[in-house]
Design a protein. Sequence first.
Length: 161
Amino acid sequence: MSVSPAAISKAVGLLEAMGIIHRRRDPRSRAEPYVIGDDVWFQAIMASTRIDTRIAAASARSARALGPATPAGARLVNLSQFLHHVTEDLVRSAEHWRQVYFPSPPAGGRAASPCRPGEEGREVESGEPDGGGPVVAGGQAAPLVGLVEAALDGCGPCDCG
């Protein structure tokens, strides 16, 4: 492969941050091999939903800034609501099928809690008490991030420090 060590390091760091891989210390040596958990597909889906949740929240904020009556604002409102609903469905489905295929903690799984919105130096936005999702009637945020967090409880790393 014609890939620099820096590119590999960056990719490994991203996979670690997403919870796709994690290091496991070998007590017999100084080595820390990388391990892929049995529920890697669940972790990948949940990493994607965290990104989509942030996009939905940014779209909702941008729609408010532009005004939902403008053509761009209306498109952003639709994008926010679409991502919110699809992500909510995906989280519920992933959690259901995770329980079917992994009724107990997966082998090599981790007990640490996942990173939460608001951590990693990110402030929760005003009007978004749970840190994400479109703002709905009454200025309250839809509880999408809470749903993602509930699905992830106890199954992901918290490498954000």
